[in-house]
Design a protein around this ligand. Structure first.
Ligand code: VGL
Ligand code: ZN
Length: 183
């Protein structure tokens, strides 16, 4: 049994240098690669926002966001620095249904149709470290769902990027008060 799994949330180009570029994104990728370099034996799972071009969260459909992470575009791709660590079976795609917003990686599925929780249980993982983008949205929702499902959850606070600095701080405070460890 492995000690823990690392869950990398939405380190995708649109959240790094694209239409929804977040604050601190390049630094978060660099810090994540450094973390992996020190702890390379643990499984790494990737959450990927993966929208159809007509997704309901996009402004043209009345949603809050510019088009982002559209399937088949560069903006939907994981940052090149993380590609050496990607195992396609451990990539979970969310936001594929045009009608549904999905901030939580917990609702994602891998290409075999398995959920994050299912795969973590198969690997007998009880503890997860979460990093990624954006703190206030996908990182928070994914971490909270993992906690509710009974996993021990820690967030790597140097490996996060965010839409808004105050929103990031507030989200971390609230997550800590719920029982998510910040390390
Ligand atoms: C996200 C905005 C839009 C996220 C996804 O995963 O944090 N944020 N879509
Ligand atoms: Zn999205």
């Amino acid at each position: 049994m492995k000690d823990y799994a690392l869950i990398v949330v939405d380190m995708l180009y649109d959240f790094i240098d694209g239409s929804l570029a977040c604050q601190g994104a390049e630094e978060a990728v660099t810090a994540t690669v450094a973390h992996i370099g020190k702890h390379h034996d643990n499984p790494i799972l990737f959450i990927c926002d993966h929208h159809p071009a007509n997704h309901s969260s996009f402004a043209a459909q009345g949603g809050p966001w510019p088009p982002h992470c559209v399937q088949g575009t560069r903006g939907a791709q994981i940052h090149d620095a993380l590609i050496p660590f990607v195992d396609e079976d451990l990539c979970f795609y969310k936001g594929e249904n045009p009608e549904q917003e999905q901030y939580s990686g917990f609702e994602g599925k891998n290409s075999a149709g398995q959920s994050l929780a299912e795969v973590l249980q198969l690997m007998e993982i009880e503890k997860v470290l979460v990093c990624g983008i954006a703190t206030e949205y996908c990182v928070r929702n994914t971490s909270e769902d993992l906690l509710k499902a009974g996993f021990k959850v820690s967030v790597l606070k140097e490996c996060l990027a965010y839409v808004d600095g105050d929103g990031h701080k507030k989200a971390l405070e609230e997550m800590a008060s719920e029982g998510i460890r910040l390390i």
